[in-house]
Design a protein around this ligand. Structure first.
Ligand SMILES: [Zn+2]
Length: 341
């Protein structure tokens, strides 16, 4: 006799596998527990304490796994696999962080081997921006598409590409460094990476503020309301620049338009290289929302070839600050499936 469907479903729910994802940043480790549908069952944020060295950093990662699991109200035995996303130079295939600028003084840290040794579970490992892209692909703005690229706009510009379900890692773990695509060759701005003319030097939140300050300094008739913000001693933020542009401030509007244009150039370069189905923009600066996205789409029609300009979907990211750990956990799910099959 067949069991009643409802009972069967309930049993399946209690037995379902859970996964922990870690998004290791220079300041904090964000961690969360998700199930195979991408639902978050608990999340925590702890300090990375990177300056205390890599051995300590690995202990913090272990603690993040345990705290996230406790927050989800489950035993560690319910966790089928782990995933870790980290910034900086790395060997993705080997699961090693090499020399991360945001995690000094760490060098050559075998993150995956360490966590697999401690917890005895399959452990995915990925670059943080790639992980965010994979998270959006599996459970966010990219659900249902075959291929997508993600730009994350914050203090820097991160990038990730997923093609037919595969994260594009490249031969040297340096694929999809979309923030360092060159978008300007005439008097190019200095980028944090040491090169010049990178998208990040124009379109990160930090770069928007810097470009605005420079424009204000040469704004002879001081017509922009952003001068008042500076006079009041308030920090000029990218958010304030976008708000002023919305309210009709000419200088702010020019900065926002130029930012959208640079992002369109960056997106067009990706479109002309891999021709994805979808391009997603996320990160703190995309709080500017759909109106800013419309500007980017408008410039795309000027700088991209007609068919991709017309057909490529361009959307806002959906997972917010959770994208990194959700994507990391999704890498764990993938590794678990490969191990189990
Ligand atoms: Zn750069």
């Amino acid at each position: 006799m067949n069991p009643r469907p409802g009972v069967q479903r309930e049993a399946a729910m209690t037995e379902r596998s859970l996964f922990v994802g870690l998004d290791v940043g220079g300041t904090t480790i964000k961690a969360g527990v998700i199930d195979e549908s991408g639902k978050v069952h608990g999340r925590v944020v702890i300090d990375t304490e990177a300056a205390r060295g890599q051995e300590h950093g690995l202990r913090r990662m272990e603690m993040a796994v345990r705290e996230a699991t406790a927050k989800a109200g489950v035993e560690l035995t319910r966790i089928a696999a782990l995933g870790v996303a980290t910034p900086g130079t790395m060997d993705i295939r080997e699961g090693i962080i090499i020399d991360p600028p945001n995690l000094k003084p760490w060098k050559n840290v075998a993150v995956r081997r360490h966590l697999e040794g401690v917890f005895g579970k399959p452990t995915g490992f990925q670059n943080d921006a790639n992980a965010a892209a994979y998270g959006e692909y599996c459970f966010g703005a990219g659900r249902g598409v075959r291929s997508m690229a993600l730009f994350t706009l914050g203090t820097g510009v991160g990038g990730g590409i997923v093609l037919d379900g595969e994260v594009l890692e490249g031969e040297h773990s340096h694929a999809a460094e979309l923030g360092h695509a060159k978008v300007e060759v005439t008097q190019p701005r200095q980028c944090n990476c040491g090169q010049r003319g990178c998208l990040e030097a124009y379109a990160s939140a930090t770069a928007v503020v810097k470009r605005t300050c420079e424009a204000l300094a040469v704004d002879a008739n001081r017509s922009s309301r952003l001068h008042d913000l500076a006079l009041l001693g308030q920090d000029l933020t990218a958010q304030a620049v976008f708000k002023a542009a919305d309210e009709g401030d000419d200088l702010a509007r020019r900065i926002v338009d130029e930012t959208a244009m640079y992002l369109a150039v960056g997106a067009a370069n990706v479109m002309h290289t891999i021709d994805p189905e979808l391009i997603v923009f996320g990160g703190g600066m995309m709080g500017a929302g759909e109106p800013f996205l419309r500007k980017i789409r408008g410039f795309l029609r000027e700088v991209a070839l007609p068919i991709p300009a017309e057909r490529t979907k361009v959307r806002l990211a959906e997972l917010g600050a959770d994208a990194g750990f959700i994507g990391a956990a999704a890498c764990g799910i993938r590794r678990w499936r490969n191990v189990s099959s």
